[in-house]
Design a protein around this ligand. Structure first.
Ligand SMILES: [Zn+2]
Length: 121
C-alpha cells in the first residue's frame, strides 16, 4: 500500500531499497567476505535472496554472474549450469544510489541484481 502510494504520488521522491522477493529493506551493499573472491559489493537478504551491486550500469552480466555464484556459495559450476526460472529467480533494482542508499533519485544509475534460488523438490 505504502509502496504503491510512493510510486504513484511521489515520483520525484526516493524510497528505500527493498528486496524484490520479500519487500524487506535491504542493507547497503558492502564488500563480501567469503572464501571466494568477489569483485562487486553485495549482500544477503533474510529471505534467502542474494544481491550484487553494479555502480556503473555497465557491468551488468558480470555482476549478475557474481550474484549467482554468491547464491551458489562460490560454486561456479553450479552457478553457470542453473536455468533461469527453473533453478533461480532473477530481479533487479534500477536507479539505486549507493551514497544515499535510496532508489529513484534522478541521475542515480546504479543497479542491484538479485538472485534467489528455487528450492529443489
Ligand atoms: Zn528478501
Amino acid at each position: 500500500m505504502r509502496w504503491e502510494h510512493l510510486l504513484c504520488k511521489q515520483q520525484d521522491r526516493t524510497f528505500p531499497a527493498r528486496c524484490p522477493f520479500c519487500d524487506r529493506e535491504i542493507e547497503r551493499p558492502q564488500e563480501i567476505e567469503d572464501d571466494q573472491w568477489y569483485e562487486f559489493e553485495g549482500g544477503r537478504c533474510p529471505c534467502g535472496a542474494v544481491f550484487a551491486f553494479d555502480p556503473t550500469a555497465r557491468n551488468g552480466g558480470a555482476v549478475l554472474l557474481q550474484a549467482m555464484v554468491y547464491a551458489c556459495s562460490g560454486d561456479w559450476d553450479w552457478a553457470t549450469s542453473m536455468g533461469r526460472d527453473e533453478d533461480y529467480l532473477e530481479a533487479r533494482i534500477e536507479h539505486y544510489d549507493s551514497h544515499t542508499h535510496q532508489v529513484g533519485a534522478e541521475g542515480a544509475f546504479g543497479t542491484i541484481y538479485f538472485i534467489r534460488l528455487i528450492p529443489r523438490a
